[in-house]
Design a protein around this ligand. Structure first.
Ligand SMILES: *Cc1c(COP(=O)(O)O)cnc(C)c1O
Length: 338
């Protein structure tokens, strides 16, 4: 099967497994796992932040950040398609006791003026206190759409004027960095916290890192323990992350090129409706006419290709580390035959 359902389906490569086998580990709750310490420092440094925190999942890094930046009863501003709202089990309410103001952005991306208009007047006692803005780059449900970096600065300015914290769900931040040739350290100048997934395009079996300043990470470490995310000799997992940072970033370009090629093959088909612009490794398109989305997914599956029907009308394909040039050629042949 050629699995294009998600970039989370990758298996660790022999080189990665080798690096994991040789990790030097300790009890990380005591702060004694040198491989985890190295990974945390490395990610923080990469993004121009003071400190990092290794966690089991991107949901946990996002939820810890939200909990740290807010008080119960506060309101969070984000796009309606955000992972933190759509796919984290209602964690904003469950973990942080906050409400959400959802904005209708462009492919998962919101603007500074939208943020400015969504902030509640803090002296109006009727209103929830707005304390956090959360952005996503790339935007998953926006088809891997990327922010223009200048808009980050605009949003940061609004946040500073209104004393709001600014979080980035950077599950696929390296896809954006590679696609737009950004300096990763520039992110640290804009965001109060960044969540980075190692288990998506970077191809590790487990793990995300939360980055921020020292005080924030000290607090986040406490919240991680409360959420049950304090791990022990998890340096074996962190070693996979370090290996991924060394080996699997530049190659993301390949994933992006393959996604482009899939998109180009699909737009020629009469069953393809509107397709979101393919900016990184995600292809999302509407299915019409001869197939329903479910039927198209089933037909692809009969031809050895796994995809996902999302949101009733759309199908999603995601390229990743375990998808080769030959596989893409095969998928394109199948698409052409349909
Ligand atoms: C995958 C993902 C996450 C985190 O997911 P986990 O499965 O909990 O690691 C967060 N945000 C976005 C945009 C994602 O795609």
């Amino acid at each position: 099967m050629i699995d294009l359902r998600s970039d989370t389906v990758t298996r660790p490569s022999p080189g990665m497994l080798e690096a994991m086998m040789h990790a030097s580990v300790g009890d990380d709750v005591f702060g004694e796992d040198e491989t985890i310490n190295r990974l945390e420092a490395r990610v923080a440094d990469t993004f121009g932040m003071e400190a990092g925190l290794f966690c089991p999942s991107g949901t946990m890094t996002n939820q810890i950040a939200i909990k740290c930046h807010t008080q119960p009863g506060d309101e969070i501003i984000c796009d309606q398609l955000s992972h933190i709202y759509q796919y984290e089990g209602g964690g904003i309410g469950f973990n942080a006791g906050c409400s959400v103001k959802l904005l209708n952005g462009d492919r998962g991306r919101i603007t500074a003026s939208m943020v400015a208009q969504a902030i509640n007047n803090p002296s109006d006692v009727h209103k929830a206190y707005t304390s956090l803005v959360s952005l996503e780059n790339t935007a998953n449900r926006g088809g891997g759409a990327c922010y223009d970096f200048a808009e980050f600065h605009n949003i940061k300015q609004v946040c500073q004027e209104h004393k709001l914290k600014l979080h980035l769900d950077g599950a696929r931040i390296f896809n954006a960095v590679v696609a737009n040739q950004e300096q990763p350290a520039a992110y640290g100048e804009v965001f109060d916290s960044i969540s980075v997934c190692l288990s998506k395009g970077l191809g590790t079996p487990v793990g995300s890192v939360l980055a921020g300043n020292k005080d924030f990470i000290r607090k986040a470490r406490r919240i991680r323990k409360i959420f049950g995310g304090g791990m022990r000799q998890a340096g074996y997992l962190a070693a996979a992350g370090i290996y991924a940072l060394d080996n699997n970033i530049e190659r993301l370009e390949e994933d992006h090129r393959y996604a482009q090629q899939l998109g180009e093959a699909l737009v020629k088909k009469d069953f393809t409706g509107e397709m979101l612009p393919v900016e990184t490794n995600i292809v999302i398109f509407e299915v019409k006419g001869r197939f329903t989305p479910k039927e198209l997914v089933a037909t692809l599956q009969e031809n050895g290709i796994l995809s996902i029907a999302i949101a009733g009308t759309q199908v999603r394909l995601v390229t990743h580390l375990d998808i080769s040039k030959e596989m893409i050629e095969e998928v394109i042949q199948v698409i052409e035959r349909l």
